[in-house]
Design a protein around this ligand. Structure first.
Ligand code: G4P
Length: 533
């Protein structure tokens, strides 16, 4: 096997998704601990008082004094080269969060055992499901009172329409949490409250059949319950099927407690074994596998520096095939130009480093002098690839943005158009009005702040913003619909996007039903149906 192929085969690139507070930061931190990327893990304390971080990782950065302000974090573990993609969780949730998932080969979903599926997990899951990538579940906080485990699995299956396969099974929860039963090795791993923050913990192991030892560890009552539950699991439920895991139809589920380091290492080991190597990406009709000769990549995120003093932009790209060499000249497909990628950086465990080489599966950030757009392809000269664009995701918050100073009209038009082109916001127009008054749609409220900050600092423009109650958007699909004559509820708004396509904005589901009811022949489509990838 060539060196490049070997390097690609050991890459594992994934994102961790969760609802805020389920434990994503803690789990990430513990994974870094096992990768020896940090010296000792500690509980991430004091977050509640200080929630202004731009990325969850900035929290770790602050606590640990290491530099992780980036989109991806790379570290080594047992011969694997692991790339964890950041999917911002808190107020910084935005369309970028969704886009990041297009660069991942699999996803780890962290769920709070007491809460089950929460809204943000639901949203992010939908995007993962569109790509049919493997989805692993970590049910966290078993050291706190948890919901019934069967009920949790049921919820995952019903809500997400996927099968679940518990890799281990919890014994009690909260103060009664005794550990887990490892289904593959048929052994118990007991839990000892390690006091949050200590390093690796040694768990005591015991066979399910060793009644005496088991009784002394978890007591006869819990032993009996466990034996019954394992019988139930082994008898019913889904069989383990790696093929189904690989296409996202079956989610391996792990129970544990990230804060106590319990179940994290077995999770990591199983995850690395079961998840995929870098996946192929679609270019037109072709699928380009990672071992294809020649470097190719696509831009999935552009980060404009929020610091006024440094107006540089970083384009993050996922390498789809081959090997990247810093000295080489590459071809920017959309710009039809040969380019050198300047200052290619990667997050190596503790530092941001200039990289000389990187491989399919890796993410690199390059300095962008304003030439890249989200979805652009960069490849070796002579390669014929153009990766399928990154989908636009349905905005959930809308505002009317109006320019105040008519003398600055040009700057307003230019600024808002450029920012929309970068994908930082989505822009819609009223059919019979110009640019002076536009609808801005976003996935996360933070995007409004970014817009305001950038319009002021980069274009010198202030504007008036009025939030609207709209939260749902649909494309009008029927070509023979006369939009001027539509019978719509008062709040429903007809707008056009930058490509001139017609859309309707609604404030609630019943408004959509009303529109469909009152206008026979009207066909509406959701964003994801239009933009599948
Ligand atoms: P997030 O990135 O998904 O938002 O979650 P994060 O890791 O920040 O965890 C949220 C809170 O939950 C943190 O507490 C963290 O210590 C706690 N936590 C994470 N994993 C576990 C676990 O396995 N068991 C328990 N009991 N707690 C866990 P915090 O914000 O510092 O608040 P506090 O709980 O210390 O007051």
């Amino acid at each position: 096997m060539s060196e490049t192929k070997k390097e690609i085969a050991r890459r594992r690139t994934f994102a961790i998704i969760s609802h805020p507070d389920a434990g994503k930061t803690t789990l990430t931190e513990k994974l870094l601990l096992y990768g020896r990327a940090i010296q000792s893990a500690g509980s991430v304390k004091g977050k509640q008082n200080d929630r202004h971080a731009v990325s969850d990782w900035m929290e770790i950065e602050k606590k640990r004094g290491i530099s992780i302000t980036s989109s991806v974090l790379q570290f080594e573990y047992n011969g694997y080269c692991i790339n964890i993609l950041d999917t911002p969780g808190h107020q910084d949730f935005s369309e970028d969060t969704y886009r990041t998932l297009t660069a991942a080969d699999s996803v780890v979903m962290v769920i709070d055992a007491a809460k089950g599926i929460e809204p943000q997990t639901r949203k992010l899951f939908k995007v993962c499901a569109m790509r049919h990538i493997p989805i692993f579940t970590f049910v966290n906080k078993m050291d706190r009172d948890a919901r019934d485990s069967f009920e949790l699995l049921d919820e995952l299956e019903k809500e997400f329409g996927i099968g679940t396969y518990p890799m281990n099974w919890p014994i009690g929860s909260g103060t009664d949490f005794k550990g887990v039963f490892d289904r593959e090795r048929r052994r118990i791993l007991t839990f000892a409250d390690s006091h949050a923050g200590s390093d690796r913990i040694e768990a005591i192991e015991c066979e399910l059949t060793d009644t005496e030892k088991l009784d002394s560890l978890i007591g006869p009552y819990m032993r009996e319950a466990l034996v019954d539950e394992i019988e139930l699991l082994d008898g019913g439920g889904f069989e383990f099927d790696l093929e189904k895991v690989r296409c996202g139809k079956l989610s391996p589920v792990f129970f544990g407690s990230a804060l106590n380091n319990f179940g994290v290492e077995p999770f990591l080991e199983n995850f690395l074994k079961l998840t995929t190597e870098p996946l192929a990406y679609r270019s037109g009709e072709d699928l380009i596998p990672p071992e294809t000769q020649g470097f190719s990549a696509f831009v999935f995120k552009i980060q404009a520096n929020m610091n006024k003093a440094h107006r540089d932009r970083i384009a993050f790209m996922r390498i789809v095939s081959g090997k990247f060499d810093r000295g080489n000249e590459y071809f920017h497909v959309q710009g039809k130009k040969a380019i050198k990628l300047s200052r290619p950086t990667q997050m190596m465990a503790q530092d941001r480093e200039i990289v000389d080489t990187a491989y399919a599966g890796d993410i690199i950030g390059v300095f962008d002098p304003g030439i890249f757009s989200i979805g652009d392809t960069i490849c070796e000269k002579g390669m014929k690839v153009e990766y399928a664009g990154i989908p636009t995701f349905a905005p959930e918050h809308f505002a009317i943005v109006e320019q105040i100073d008519s003398l600055k009209r040009k700057q307003f038009d230019k600024g808002i158009t450029q920012i929309a082109q970068e994908g930082a916001i989505q822009m819609f127009f009223l059919p019979d009005s110009g640019m002076e008054r536009v609808y801005v749609g976003v996935v996360g409220m933070l995007q409004f702040d970014v817009l305001q900050f950038r319009m002021e600092s980069e274009y010198g423009v202030k504007y008036h913003k009025q939030d609207t109650a709209h939260s749902l958007v649909r494309f009008v699909e029927s070509s023979d619909t006369d939009l001027k004559r539509l019978n719509l509820m008062q709040q429903t708004k007809w707008v056009k996007d930058r490509r001139g396509r017609d859309l309707l904005l609604f404030t609630a589901e019943y408004e959509i039903n009303w529109a469909l009811d009152k206008n026979p022949g009207l066909v509406l489509k959701e964003f994801s149906q239009m933009q599948d990838f």
